[in-house]
Design a protein around this ligand. Structure first.
Ligand code: ZN
Length: 144
């Protein structure tokens, strides 16, 4: 059975939800306020915003913020059918490598990923956003 896909008509709404979520960002250090919106297989949209920390490495991106919220709210069986990212700085901002890897465990390979680029918004299927996600392929007998 094919995985459900995101209706194309929902993508502009998802992008607007990401823009709205960016308003909630906590970004006192960079001023780079990002929002993300996930369309889930249960039909719900969950948003997140970046949350910075004075210990910079602890900063959480909007995409992971949204995903953590989605799992906390709906459980670990959720599937992400589409992702939209936006920022209030009108800057190009594809999801970072860490967010791509974290999304990989929950997102459908063909799920559209929308993110700002210099001349608008680009949409790519997730499999093109992260073609070689890390996987733990343990050999038999090497489990410890
Ligand atoms: Zn990120």
């Amino acid at each position: 059975m094919d995985a459900p896909s995101a209706p194309a008509t929902e993508l502009p709404t998802l992008l607007e939800a990401a823009r709205q979520a960016a308003q909630q960002a906590y970004a006192p250090y960079s001023g780079f306020r990002v929002g993300a919106a996930l369309l889930l297989n249960n039909g719900r949209v969950v948003t997140g915003a970046n949350v910075e920390n004075v210990s910079y490495g602890l900063t959480l991106c909007a995409e992971r913020s949204a995903l953590v919220r989605a799992v906390a709210e709906f459980g670990p069986e959720i599937r992400v059918l589409a992702v939209a990212v936006a920022n209030l700085n009108e800057a190009p901002s594809p999801p970072c490598g860490a967010c791509r890897q974290v999304l990989a465990e929950f997102i459908e390979p063909d799920a559209p990923v929308l993110f700002p680029v210099a001349d608008g918004v680009r949409t790519l299927p997730f499999r093109e956003v992260l073609p070689l996600a890390f996987e733990m392929n343990l050999k038999q007998g090497m489990t410890r």
